[in-house]
Design a protein around this ligand. Structure first.
Ligand SMILES: NC(=O)c1ccc[n+]([C@@H]2O[C@H](COP(=O)([O-])OP(=O)(O)OC[C@H]3O[C@@H](n4cnc5c(N)ncnc54)[C@H](OP(=O)(O)O)[C@@H]3O)[C@@H](O)[C@H]2O)c1
Length: 285
């Protein structure tokens, strides 16, 4: 079994490394070839063109956003036109549900099977093969990829048909993005009222009012370390995807839309490549 992996950013490079460590024969591609160096040294094979993916049995993609996925799958020399019918495409990128269904239809039109399998977890979980895959698609296709999911993560949740994996992911990240902003602006209020950051963190983090993920962000905030685990730019993208999904489903997301614009303002101030918890730094200023 040969596996292809396209998209070697923060998450994809670590996921691909875990496949390699699990003994998988891996063919890799990334828009920026430099990011593949370490994986190539570890034995992965470089696909100069996306047509080289014709030789693999399953293609994993881990790309920034729907536009990147569309370009890699369906753009000039996109890999979908080169995969022989019957092959399996697993898209782990966070995209919106209608886009995932469009990709599933484009794949099916070429006889390719598609699963949307975004991940829960961030850089350390990708590094330590502790991701959770949230899969949408045919049960038999999810089962076929299970051994590879297990090399990159600790659990696979099959939650429904095409687009349902990303539906759940978009819901989760809407909560994550909004919770971070509520925490950040409340912390900023506390400091404006004369409370120290230390007293606020000691009181709030771990209490019933703070989301549990904030315990993981606390050391970064204390050390003023905003190196990206999950880039703020992609959190803004995910709030947008939630807004798009809500529009299409007839749901109202007033908080998500306001939060989306806040992340955009922080991005415009140069914080897009920093971790999304840099929204705290932005709101405190
Ligand atoms: N980081 C996290 O904590 C986390 C957690 C869960 C889910 N996710 C999701 O996982 C996906 C990847 O995130 P990441 O953190 O790994 O992001 P990243 O480090 O920014 O990597 C993004 C990847 O997409 C590629 N890309 C971007 N635009 C492209 C385009 N127009 N054409 C071709 N390739 C393009 C990049 O290629 P280059 O290297 O050439 O730029 C890179 O391989 C995103 O959908 C994100 O929302 C991230």
């Amino acid at each position: 079994m040969k596996i292809g992996f396209i998209g070697l950013g923060i998450m994809g490079s670590r996921m691909a490394a875990n496949l390699l460590q699990g003994g998988v024969e891996l063919v890799i591609h990334n828009r920026t070839k430099d990011k593949a160096t370490s994986l190539l040294e570890q034995g992965a094979v470089w696909a100069e063109n996306l047509s080289d993916m014709a030789a693999v049995d399953i293609v994993f993609t881990m790309l920034a956003h729907p536009e990147a996925v569309a370009a890699i799958a369906l753009g000039p020399d996109g890999f979908l036109d080169h995969l022989p019918p019957g092959k399996l495409w697993i898209d782990c990128s966070t995209v919106n549900p209608s886009f995932a269904r469009d990709m599933a239809a484009a794949a099916q039109a070429r006889g390719i099977r598609h699963v949307d399998a975004p991940v829960a977890g961030t850089k350390p979980q990708a590094q330590n093969a502790e991701l959770v895959f949230i899969a949408g698609g045919e049960a038999s296709d999810v089962a076929e990829a299970d051994p590879y999911f297990k090399l990159m993560g600790q659990r696979v949740a099959h939650v429904g048909g095409h687009g349902m994996g990303v539906a759940l992911k978009v819901v989760v990240n809407a909560m994550l993005g909004a919770s971070m902003v509520v925490f950040a602006e409340s912390m900023a209020l506390g400091q404006a009222l004369g409370l120290s950051q230390e007293i606020l963190l000691n009181t709030v983090v771990g209490s019933a009012v703070a989301a549990p993920f904030l315990a993981g962000k606390r050391p970064k905030i204390e050390q003023d370390d905003y190196e990206a685990q999950f880039p703020l730019r992609w959190m803004q993208k995910d709030m947008h995807l939630a807004a798009v999904a809500a529009y299409e489903a007839g749901a109202a997301m007033p908080v998500a839309n306001a939060t989306k614009e806040l992340y955009r303002l922080a991005d415009q101030k140069g914080l897009g490549d920093e971790d999304f918890c840099a929204i705290y730094k932005f709101l405190r200023q």
